[in-house]
Design a protein around this ligand. Structure first.
Ligand code: PEP
Ligand code: MN
Length: 363
């Protein structure tokens, strides 16, 4: 996959990339007031929804193409790079006609490969950046598939936006982050810029700071934050939008992290700690292999004596004691429990294969 690094195409790029702006472009006044509030802030792209996918009919669905005229009008006095969501080929055509250089695919569109392909066909051969939000369901393959469709259409200014995942349960955040999913994407496509959208993860202006910081701690390349001149009057996502002043406070409070160590002495120490970790990992695997051998011996006894593999009392005992043992060693009981669930699964698998061997021999 050929991906152009942000510093090659974002003017004056300095990590983190910052995309900020209202959830929706609502009027010339609202857009002007928001954009003027950004004076002095390192905003690379001003975002604004023109076409809004809403859960239920009757909600504000964006102003459509006239919103793009307003953006142009405001841009004449306050030069800006505009970014918006596109959900159909027609949206792409209108956005391109207005010189939009960055488009993103919304979470509700990424789930549908037909829609994604139509949009990819519409941007084919055009010099435009496309960022792909994660699908609303936690499906890494679907997210990657959408990114691949744009890459195949010749788009090289690509990026992924992590906006969290829908959950039926109520959680602290509007969308569950499942940080391990974007991190897996990053490890599979390390050159793909990864942007966090703390606004749609948090769903609450008071929680943006902590989510944004978490993203920077995980070495994300940028942030997309919803900001509105008067959030309480916003026609969509009122609760999660921050005023430009609040955005400034958030940015000032953020701790920037560098991707790697620069100090040689720290590098040496780090390498020595990593060697120790390698050694410990070997010991962990050796201990697990020893345990599996013991499990197999028990499997032989069970087979010989015609006893069932699954001994519920034994596993109850293990699940009760191990988290306690771990806790005494400062390990999170939830983590120990999860670890033993995996070990249990593997043990049952090993003993099942011993039982199946016997069947084959009898046959
Ligand atoms: C948005 O960015 O305003 C939006 C609708 O986002 P998402 O697709 O993440 O829900
Ligand atoms: Mn929004």
């Amino acid at each position: 996959m050929h991906i152009e690094p942000l510093q090659k195409w974002v003017e004056g790029y300095k990590k983190p990339l910052l995309i900020a702006g209202p959830c929706s472009v609502e009027s010339v006044n609202q857009f002007t007031d928001t954009v003027t509030g950004f004076a002095g802030l390192p905003v690379d792209f001003v975002r604004g929804g023109i076409w809004k996918p809403r859960t239920r009919p009757g909600s504000f669905e964006g102003h459509g193409a006239s919103g793009l005229d307003w953006v142009d009008q405001v841009g004449e006095e306050h030069p800006l790079e505009f970014a918006t969501e596109v959900a159909t080929a027609e949206h792409v055509r209108e956005a391109l006609a207005h010189g939009v250089k960055l488009m993103w695919i919304g979470a509700r569109t990424t789930v549908n490969p037909f829609n994604v392909q139509q949009i990819a066909d519409a941007v084919k051969g055009r010099d435009v950046a496309v960022f792909i939000k994660n699908p609303i369901n936690p499906d890494l393959a679907l997210w990657k598939g959408a990114i691949e469709r744009f890459s195949k259409a010749g788009i090289t200014k690509l990026g992924a936006i992590h906006r969290g995942f829908h959950s039926f349960q109520t959680t602290k955040y509007r969308n569950v982050p499942f940080w391990q999913i974007p991190l897996e994407l990053k490890s599979e496509l390390p050159e793909l810029p990864l942007i966090c959208d703390p606004s749609h993860i948090a769903g609450d202006s008071e929680l943006i700071q902590e989510v944004a910081q978490r993203a920077l701690d995980l070495d994300y390349d940028g942030l997309m934050i919803e900001s509105h001149c008067a959030p309480e009057k916003a026609l969509s996502d009122a609760k999660q939008q921050v005023t430009p002043e609040h955005l400034k406070e958030i940015l000032n409070a953020l701790q920037l992290r560098s991707s790697s160590f620069s100090n040689e002495q720290i590098k040496d120490e780090l390498s020595s700690i990593r060697q120790q970790i390698d050694q410990v990992d070997r010991e962990i695997l050796e201990a697990i292999a020893t345990r599996m051998n013991l499990v197999s011996r028990i499997g032989d006894y069970k087979k010989e004596n015609n006893v069932a593999i699954f001994q519920i009392s034994r596993w109850k005992e293990i699940f009760k004691s191990r988290p306690k043992w771990g806790e005494a060693m400062n390990l999170d009981p939830e983590f120990t429990m999860e670890l033993y669930r995996q070990i249990h699964q593997q043990s049952v698998k090993a003993q099942t294969s011993i039982f199946n061997q016997e069947d084959e021999e009898i046959l």
